[in-house]
Design a protein around this ligand. Sequence first.
Ligand code: F6P
Length: 379
Amino acid sequence: MFFKREISTPKTIGVLVSGGDCAGLNATVRAITHHATKTFNWRVVGIQRGYWGMWVRPLQTIELTPDVCDHQWVSSGGTFLRSNKNCHPPTFADGGKTYPNIDEAFCNAYNALGLSAIVVIGGDGSFNKLNQIHDFYNKTKKKGDHNEVNFIAIPKTIDNDVAYTDLAIGHETALDVVVEAIDNVQFTAESHDRVMVVEVMGRDAGHIALKAGVASGADAILIPEIPYNIDDLAKHIEHVYQSPQRHAIVVVAESVKTPDGETMRGTIGEEEQTRYRGIGENLAARLKERVSADVRFVSIGHVQRGGRPRIKDRLLANRFGVHAVDLIAKKQFSRVIVVVNGKMADIHISEVANTIQRVDVNGEMVHIAKSLGIYIGNV
Ligand code: F6P
């Protein structure tokens, strides 16, 4: 099933990006590459299109060197290694050998590439997958049969929902993009005395909506963690509309339910994946029935995943990347890198897998929103 390899010299490490893109991914890969090659003289192999590059045959890799990862990697959005959000088994084209199990395919690829460790830059879904691969390895290993799959995980997601870390790469830049968009919406709302409903991403967590709403001076913020009442919301918005302000902004997170308790989803794309979408439009229609103002809605959508990484994300990317290589050098594996109260730390993957970090309804940011008179629901 597995084949044994000799430990190669110099040490080779792999790096892959998995899940939705965000700003700061290239800067992270660059930091890993520069530290690994310049400090330790290791070889770095980039895996393309996430786990897919390890499942498919021939393997999809590129050699990463400081020359390849030049200055543009610090300042660019997206991911030059490409990414992949799907976990479907690929079709193998390696002369007929098929893998019934993609975790086995991963372990085999790991050995075939002569890796001593792999860094996975991903979100909660990618970490669950990594944990699954690790379990597979532990269940199937026979002493001396094959080499241990050593990995380090780095959190990235605009949603900031990875557990136990204050920040994931990409969140701060996404916030900047969202706040700038809402600033623009504020002007048009003011010009036309309108209520604007702005739908933002975040999957099952309301971090983006809450922080961006507070930062942009929104009048109401709806997040999945806090239930709301449509009549209370409408009453608040009508009150704002009747004040000298004469316009209002409602920020709503994509997974917030309709006033009837329905989750708004849409089936889109080639893979027919179901995604949250439509609550902004639904809410605008329900508000229109209840307030005297004209109401419009806008969904910021994938625009919030783009943008050049802001300085906070560039610095975080470099901190995470360097810490990942340091952990490999110390042979401390199966760790997820986190930042807690501004300091780098790391915890075991089993603690992070299968859990997400949602907004703390008793936390400071909810308190701030309430203190500013923002409608945030029944809390
Ligand atoms: O997890 C990041 C994220 O942007 C979510 O906020 C959003 O729900 C989802 O990905 C969108 O997925 P896709 O890019 O597949 O449409």
